[in-house]
Design a protein around this ligand. Structure first.
Ligand SMILES: C[S@@+](CC[C@H](N)C(=O)[O-])C[C@H]1O[C@@H](n2cnc3c(N)ncnc32)[C@H](O)[C@@H]1O
Length: 275
């Protein structure tokens, strides 16, 4: 048994950093992007007037898609004409990985095929994905000729990690097509394994949090994030709460937050900003 474990460990250690990240972070669940997207669209449909996104012939962009390309493969399967992957960890090298082809992309394809039943082979789908994905490290590297061209902009647990969010939103707005639509899901919690996700946030201040835990998250609360969307020119963004997490918070809330938060901000763990 020990020997088997050793061999498996050795195999895992030989993987590239993209392969490790994709196979580990998603816990081998290539269905995760579909699950996220349908969950967000159902939440939006039940909360505001929301028509499902139609990817057919659309230019789709995901900010912070991660090395596995997030919603990209699904968008391409559903007919997107281009997928703009914007993330410093996303990298065309993944297309050369046999292990990711078999253990990620092929399984994602099987899932899409089961759900949407399009008559396309895996080989053709994978070729399309390769041909139609364009990689950028960040919004600043995206050329101006893509301005006003993005029909669908997406992000999942990314905006809360960006320190200069206002400038990035200015770029996102420039990239949007006139009738473009977007879904940005934001995790407002502390990104730590605590009993309540606001421990170390509400009982502290952003500067103390940064000293202790670094700048992994920007600590912009929900209402302020929504204001940034409006300030940077997004027409009528809605902020839809997914769920609140108040349980197990028994600390005093620092004055910084009680002066700063709106009533609806408190304990909102995940919110969706969409139009
Ligand atoms: C928590 S991960 C989420 C990854 C993926 N969306 C998912 O749901 O699995 C946040 C991602 O945002 C990316 N990211 C952080 N800052 C970014 C920026 N300024 N521009 C683009 N991507 C960024 C990180 O590299 C990382 O892949």
């Amino acid at each position: 048994m020990k020997t088997v474990k050793k061999i498996l460990n050795r195999l895992f250690n030989n993987l590239s950093k993209e392969e490790k990240s994709i196979l580990q972070a998603l816990k081998k669940r290539p269905q995760a992007p579909y699950d996220f997207l349908t969950r967000y669209e159902n939440i939006l449909k039940n909360a505001i007037k929301w028509d499902d996104l139609d990817f057919n012939n659309k230019t789709v962009m995901e900010l912070g898609c991660g090395p596995h390309l997030g919603f990209g493969p699904l968008a391409i399967y559903l007919g997107a004409k281009k997928f703009i992957a914007v993330d410093p960890t996303a990298n065309r090298k993944i297309y050369d990985s046999k292990i990711l082809l078999d253990k990620y992309f092929r399984l994602a394809f099987k899932d899409y095929k089961g759900i949407f039943r399009k008559q396309i082979s895996f080989g053709d789908f994978f070729q399309e994905l390769k041909n139609k994905t364009i990689f950028y490290n960040d919004t600043k590297s995206i050329p101006k000729d893509l301005y006003s061209s993005i029909d669908i902009q997406l992000s999942n647990s990314c905006l809360e990690h960006i320190q200069d969010l206002e400038n990035v939103l200015i770029d996102l707005k420039k990239l949007m097509a006139p009738n473009g639509r977007y879904i940005h899901a934001i995790d407002f919690g502390n990104h730590m394994q605590t009993n309540n996700p606001f421990i170390e946030i509400y009982n502290s201040t952003p500067s103390k949090f940064k000293i202790k835990h670094g700048s992994k998250i920007n600590l912009i609360p929900p209402s302020k994030m929504l204001n940034l969307f409006t300030k940077t020119g997004f027409n009528s963004p809605s902020l839809v709460p997914y769920y609140y997490f108040e349980e197990n918070f028994e600390l005093n809330i620092d004055k910084y937050w009680s002066n700063y938060l709106e009533e609806s901000d408190y304990f909102l763990k995940v919110g969706i900003i969409a139009e």
